[in-house]
Structure formats: structure tokens, C-alpha cells
Design a protein. Structure first.
Length: 447
């Protein structure tokens, strides 16, 4: 029976053809899971700030991740795992719900619509037009800017950075005064400790560095009475508070259409870049550097977005952490399916997720920010007509507390700077169209 089962798996996933085995693929799936399972803790923590039920978002995160992994594995046969994207969940919470004052139900509707558009674009040439039209400097700047945006969220959420009337922001003290006694500011110190721990674990190639850091800080916090610990395992929380709660009323106005566009745009380039990057690392690109079965891979991504919005979470996207599984030998969809099974197993660990305080997830956000800032190395800093728009994109995201505004200023400044420097031929028509759309939005609807 085992031989027949392995034979079926070998034929279905083309294991022998890709030079791998069932055991290698499953171990690769475990490796990928350990590097990305922090999302089942971090995502509910971020989205619950909007008023969404923590337990429901936790379930939505696990199930939408599993759906994406299963489709990616069975349909596209790639060792790439999916989960709600960092950056997209922050945009959902801090820019759309808190910044624009819309309900999380309307924001979920925007995610749903962006996923439907993504499905349609996955089967036509529009996706290729958009991806190819965006200059490399802006692609890399968007990733780097989101890294800084996540870092600011981490610094603010952990208390490392606080508001200041004189300077807008300032570093918080490492101590606090209670009854005239100077005591350590434990949330701040634990956030710093967690970040240093994650970096050290990653340096020594310890699998699951992020989740180890989160759980270590949470354990210390529980021992000090800084968070409430109610056990590890329980029954699966109800998804009812967020399931099919999308509100399409009021969605189709100028501001919300811009939100849909940003969800779509960020996920488009994030997913395409991750798919190509992980596949290159796995040696799965063809001789022309193209990704076979790209439409199937993007279909998995877009389907997971739609399913996630219906369940109650922000956009789902391929995870760059999949490279860890590839490094462990993963070459087929069996790796992704293994991750999906493990994501479903997480459903019974909601008490542990709820015990994690914001200052315990802050190190993960800071570390991800470091990883995303690496993209800035790909920007041509010697060409000022490329460097300046890239800098505007990177700087405006954290300084305006808006991923959308950062992307908008990137497009606008790229078009304007190329125009005044007599480099109009460098600007693809699609960039002009997007820049004009953003300018129109700012003029008539504001930032």
C-alpha cells in the first residue's frame, strides 16, 4: 500500500522528474511552515485592532493559508506556501480602516473585489502589461518602503517609539517611574531582546527563528504577569463573526476604488516577485527565465484572496519564506500541501495565539522589515531619475503612514522627473496612466 501511495504521489507531483522524494518534500514543508507560522499569531493581532474578532481572524488566517497552499500544490505543483501578506494586513488596518474611517466589513469587500479582479487578470495579458510596465526601481522601492512601514508599526506597537509634540516621534525611555522608583520598561526591553534573539537565531541558521523569538518573549511576559496565559490547546474558535461579513455598500466611490487598486497592485507585484524569486532559487524557471504554469500559480493566489476575504482576513499572497523549504530540497507541490495541512493543525492552538502581546510580535515585524529592505540594493542609485522616485516611494510610506500614498508618489515622481529631465521615452504608457489617475484622486478626493 505504501509503495502504491508513493507511486501515486510520484506521478501526481512528478517527484522523480524533479529529483526529489516524498520524505524530502514533507521535510521541506515542515521547514517552510516553521519559518512562516508566525503569521497565525501576527495577522490576528494586527487585524483585531480594527475591531474584528481575534478568534475568527485566527481561523480565517489558517484556513485561507491552507486553501492557497492546497491549490498551489495540487494545481500549479510549486513548493510555494501562501498566507495573509504582511504589509497588506497593515494597510488594511492602519490605512483603510483607521486612516479612512471605513468599517472592516467594507475593507473586506475591497479585498474580495481585488481578488476577483486578480482572477480575471490571471487569464489575460493585462497582468503581464502591468508587471512589465512598472520600472524595476519602483518595484524594489515598494518592497523596501513596506519594510520601513512595518518597522514603524513594530516600533509604535511595542512602545519603542512614542509621539512627541516637538519632533512628532521620539524614542521611549527604557525605564518607567512607579511610586517614585525607576523600574525597567519591560515591554520595550522585551521587544528589543526579541529582535536581537531572532537575528541571532537566523544568523546561526536555526529553523523557525521568528516563531521561536515570538514564543520566547511571550513566555517571559507570561512569567512576569505582562500577558494572560490560558493554555495552549482548545476547541476551534468560531469563524462566524467575520464569515461573509463583507459590506459592498459604499465600496464603489473614488477613495475605495483607490483602495481596491492598491490591494491589487501590491499583491500583484508582491506575488509575481515572490513566485519568480522562489522558483529561481529552486531552479524551476525555464531557459528564458520565465515561470512555467504562472497562470496556475497566480490563480492559486487570487483564489485564496477571495476565500480569505469571505472568511475574514486581508489579502493572501505567496511567502518568500518558501525559500527555506526550497533550500531543504522542496521542488514540488507536495511541499506546499504539507504546509497547508500544518496550517489547519494550528486551528486548535488559538489560546496560545491570543496570549501573544504586541511587543512579542514587534520583533517579527522588525525582522521582516530588514528582509524587505534588501530590495533597495536592486535600485540604480547612480541614475537620479531612477533613484529619486524610488526614494520618494520608500520615504513616503512610513512618513505618511500610508502604503498607498507611497506608491502614488512613486508613480507621480517617476513620470514628472523623467519628463523634466527629457527622458520621456523611459516612461511606459501604463506609468503615465497610473500617475494621472493618482493625481486626479489627490486633487478631487484628497490624500
Amino acid at each position: 500500500m505504501a509503495t502504491q501511495q508513493h507511486s501515486f504521489l510520484d506521478r501526481f507531483f512528478k517527484l522523480s522528474e524533479n529529483g526529489t522524494s516524498v520524505r524530502t518534500e514533507i521535510m521541506a514543508g515542515f521547514t517552510t511552515f516553521l519559518t512562516m507560522c508566525y503569521i497565525v499569531i501576527v495577522n490576528p493581532n494586527i487585524l483585531s485592532i480594527t475591531g474584528m474578532d481575534f478568534g475568527a481572524v485566527f481561523v480565517a488566517t489558517c484556513i485561507s493559508s491552507a486553501i492557497g497552499c492546497f491549490i498551489m500544490g495540487a494545481f500549479a505543483n510549486y513548493p510555494i506556501a501562501l498566507a495573509p501578506g504582511m504589509g497588506l494586513n497593515a494597510y488594511f488596518t492602519f490605512n483603510v480602516v483607521q486612516g479612512m474611517g471605513v468599517s472592516w466589513q467594507i475593507a473586506l469587500a475591497a479585498v474580495f473585489v481585488s481578488g476577483v479582479i486578480f482572477i480575471l487578470f490571471s487569464f489575460f495579458k493585462v497582468r503581464e502589461m502591468l508587471v512589465n510596465a512598472l520600472p524595476m526601481s519602483l518595484k524594489m522601492a515598494i518592497a523596501a518602503g513596506i519594510g520601513l512601514f512595518l518597522a514603524l508599526i513594530a516600533l509604535k506597537g511595542s512602545g519603542l517609539v512614542v509621539a512627541s509634540d516637538a519632533t512628532l516621534l521620539k524614542m521611549n525611555n527604557l525605564y518607567e517611574i512607579k511610586d517614585g522608583v525607576k523600574l525597567p520598561n519591560m515591554p520595550v526591553l522585551l521587544a528589543l531582546f526579541g529582535f536581537f534573539l531572532v537575528v541571532a537565531l537566523d544568523y546561526y541558521k536555526i529553523r523557525g527563528a521568528i516563531i521561536i523569538g515570538i514564543l520566547t518573549v511571550t513566555g517571559i511576559a507570561a512569567a512576569l504577569g505582562l500577558t494572560q496565559f490560558n493554555g495552549i490547546v482548545s476547541s476551534v474558535p468560531s469563524v462566524a463573526p467575520t464569515f461573509m461579513q463583507m459590506d459592498f455598500n459604499g465600496l464603489f466611490n473614488g477613495s475605495m476604488l483607490a483602495v481596491v487598486f492598491v490591494f491589487f497592485l501590491v499583491d500583484l507585484f508582491d506575488s509575481t516577485g515572490t513566485l519568480v524569486g522562489v522558483s529561481h532559487r529552486a531552479g524551476l524557471l525555464d531557459k528564458n527565465g520565465h515561470l512555467p504554469r504562472l497562470k496556475k500559480a497566480l490563480f492559486a493566489d487570487s483564489t485564496a484572496i477571495v476565500a480569505g476575504a469571505a472568511l475574514g482576513t486581508s489579502s493572501t499572497t505567496p511567502y518568500i519564506e518558501s525559500t527555506s523549504g526550497v533550500a531543504a530540497g522542496g521542488r514540488t507541490g507536495l511541499t506546499a500541501i504539507t504546509v497547508g495541512v500544518l496550517m489547519l493543525a494550528c486551528l486548535w492552538f488559538s489560546p496560545l495565539a491570543q496570549a501573544v502581546p504586541a511587543f512579542a510580535t514587534a520583533p517579527a515585524l522588525l525582522y521582516i522589515g530588514v528582509q524587505m529592505m534588501r530590495s533597495a540594493l536592486e535600485i540604480d542609485w547612480q541614475d537620479m531619475t531612477e533613484a529619486a522616485p524610488a526614494f520618494m516611494t520608500i520615504a513616503f510610506m512610513p512618513f505618511t503612514y500610508s502604503i498607498a500614498d507611497g506608491i502614488a508618489l512613486g508613480f507621480i515622481s517617476y513620470a514628472v522627473i523623467k519628463l523634466i529631465c527629457a527622458r520621456v521615452k523611459d516612461v511606459p504608457p501604463m506609468v503615465w496612466i497610473v500617475a494621472v489617475c493618482w493625481l486626479t484622486k489627490f486633487w478631487f478626493l484628497g490624500a
